[in-house]
Ligand binder design. Structure first.
Ligand SMILES: Cc1ncc(COP(=O)(O)O)c(C=O)c1O
Length: 427
C-alpha cells in the first residue's frame, strides 16, 4: 500500500495555467461539459451531488405534465413506468461491468445495503446447512461451518456500519469492523459476509476489488460492495471479478439528481437464492395476484420492494443519456480522472505553501478513486472560504477538504483555479 503523497513545496516555475489550457484543448471529453448546467463556479463536489444534465428538466417536465398529467394511470404501461427499475438497471450495467438482467434500481443505498447484506448472510447459512446435509462442499456429509460473523469496513461511510450492525443483530451474527487491508487476515470459516467500499468516501482510496473478492470467496463467504464513489468514475468489472452483490447511488458520478434512487446488483447465478429481508409486493412473482403468501419473482426484479419512485427514476434515466448518446467509455473517463487528480496534486504542490495541507489520497493510480482529500487545519473554515471564492468542494469531519473530479464536466483549468484559490485562501 502506498504512502499518501508528500506535497513538496513550490515546484519549478512552470506555467500551470498555460499547461491547463493545453490539456483542455487536447481533452476528447471536453465538449461534454456543454451538456451540463454549470456556471463560473468551479464545481468539485460531483462526488456528493452530480451536476444537472441540461436536457433533464424538459424530460422531467414531460413525465410530470404528459405522462402523469394526461395519461395518468395508463403510464404504468404506456410510458414504461412499471418496468423502469430493471430497464434503468440495464442502462447502469455497462458502466459497472455487468451484463443485462442483474441490476434493479430503486430505494436508497442504505436500504439496498440492508437487503444485500442480509441476503448474503442467508446464502452463507444455506451453504453451511447444505454442507451439513452432504449436499455440497468438500466435506460431503460432514458438519458445515457455522457462519456467524459479518466483516465490515471499519472506515466505511457511517450508514453502511449502522446497517451492518442491525443486520448482524437480526441474523444472530457477530459484527467485526476491520480495515479493508485487514480483511484477508480476518476471514475465516465463520465469516458469512463482508461489506466493503470500492472507494473510501473520505480519503478517496480505491480498494482492490478483484483481490478482496477472491479472498472472500476463498473463505466461503459472500462479498457485498458499495460502489457509491466508483460507479461512473472508474471501471468496476462486477461480472469479470465474480462479485456477488453490489449497491451504489446514482446522484454522484451518474448525475441522477438529489436523492435519485440507488441500485442493487445480484449476480445472475445467485438470483434464485436471493432471499430479500424486505419482500414487497413489487418483487412478488405475481404482483397483481394479491396473494397473502409471498412468492418471489425471478431475476433482478427480486430486489424490488414497493412502488418505484417514478419521478426520480425517470430523471435518472434521462441523465444516463449523456453516456449513451455521446458514446462515452468508462476507460476514457478513468484516464481523464487520473490526469485531473494528478494535475491537481501537482498544482497544489506548486502553489500551496509547504506544510499547510497533506494529501490523504494515495499517490498510486491503482489506489486512487476520482477525488483528492487534503488534510488541513481548520478545514471546515477553509472550505467555507473556498466556496466564497468560487471553488466548491466539501468538508468531512474532522479535518478533510474533499475535492471530487467528475471527468464529464470538470476541466484542467478548473483544477488549476481550485489549487490557486486554495493557496490564496491558506496564504
Ligand atoms: C459510500 C456511501 N455509502 C452509502 C451512502 C448513503 O447513501 P444513501 O443516503 O443514498 O442511502 C453514501 C452517501 O453519500 C456513501 O457515500
Amino acid at each position: 500500500m502506498s504512502e499518501p503523497l508528500d506535497l513538496a513545496g513550490p515546484a519549478a516555475p512552470v506555467d500551470l495555467a498555460e499547461e491547463a489550457r493545453r490539456l483542455d484543448a487536447a481533452d476528447a471529453l471536453a465538449a461534454l461539459r456543454e451538456r451540463f448546467v454549470l456556471d463560473d463556479v468551479t464545481y468539485l463536489d460531483g462526488n456528493s451531488l452530480g451536476a444537472l444534465p441540461a436536457h433533464v428538466p424538459a424530460r422531467v417536465d414531460d413525465v410530470v405534465r404528459r405522462q402523469w398529467g394526461e395519461l395518468r394511470i395508463r403510464s404504468w404501461e404506456e410510458s414504461g413506468w412499471w418496468t423502469a427499475p430493471e430497464r434503468i438497471g440495464d442502462r447502469i450495467a455497462p458502466l459497472v461491468g455487468a451484463a443485462a438482467g442483474q441490476i434493479v434500481v430503486g430505494d436508497s443505498t442504505s436500504v439496498n445495503v440492508f437487503k444485500a447484506l442480509v441476503a448474503a448472510v442467508r446464502m452463507a447459512r444455506e451453504d453451511g446447512e447444505a454442507e451439513e446435509h452432504g449436499e455440497a462442499g468438500e466435506a460431503g456429509g460432514g458438519s458445515g461451518p457455522v457462519r456467524d460473523e459479518i466483516l465490515v469496513d471499519a472506515t466505511t461511510f457511517p450508514t453502511d456500519g449502522y446497517i451492518a450492525e442491525s443486520a448482524a443483530r437480526m441474523t444472530g451474527c457477530a459484527l467485526r469492523p476491520v480495515t479493508p487491508a485487514e480483511v484477508p487476515g480476518a476471514l475465516g470459516d465463520r465469516t458469512a459476509a463482508v461489506l466493503l467500499n470500492h472507494v473510501d468516501y473520505r480519503t478517496g482510496r480505491l480498494h482492490d476489488l478483484p483481490a478482496l473478492t477472491r479472498a472472500v470467496h476463498a473463505s466461503g463467504a459472500y462479498a457485498v460492495w458499495d460502489l457509491c464513489h466508483s460507479a461512473g468514475a472508474l471501471p468496476v468489472g462486477l461480472d469479470e471479478h465474480g462479485v456477488d452483490l453490489a449497491v451504489g447511488c446514482t446522484y454522484k458520478y451518474l448525475n441522477g439528481g438529489p436523492g435519485s434512487p440507488a441500485y442493487l446488483y445480484v449476480r445472475r447465478d445467485l438470483q434464485p437464492r436471493f432471499d430479500s429481508p424486505l419482500p414487497g409486493w413489487n418483487s412478488h412473482a405475481e404482483p397483481f395476484g394479491m396473494r397473502s403468501a409471498y412468492a418471489p419473482a425471478s431475476g433482478a426484479v427480486r430486489g424490488r420492494v414497493g412502488t418505484p419512485d417514478i419521478l426520480s427514476l425517470l430523471a435518472l434515466e434521462a441523465a444516463l443519456d449523456v453516456w449513451d448518446e455521446d458514446g462515452v467509455s468508462v476507460a476514457a473517463v478513468r484516464a481523464k480522472s487520473l490526469a485531473l487528480t494528478d494535475f491537481f496534486l501537482r498544482c497544489v504542490g506548486a502553489y500551496v505553501p509547504p506544510g499547510r495541507v497533506e494529501s490523504v489520497t494515495p499517490a498510486a493510480h491503482a489506489e486512487r478513486g476520482s477525488q483528492v482529500a487534503l488534510r488541513c487545519d481548520d478545514a471546515g473554515e477553509v472550505m467555507k472560504r473556498l466556496i466564497e471564492g468560487g471553488v466548491v468542494g466539501d468538508f468531512r469531519a474532522p479535518d478533510v477538504l474533499r475535492f471530487g473530479f467528475t471527468p464529464l464536466y470538470v476541466g484542467f483549468a478548473d483544477v488549476e483555479r481550485a489549487a490557486r484559490v486554495l493557496a490564496r485562501t491558506l496564504g
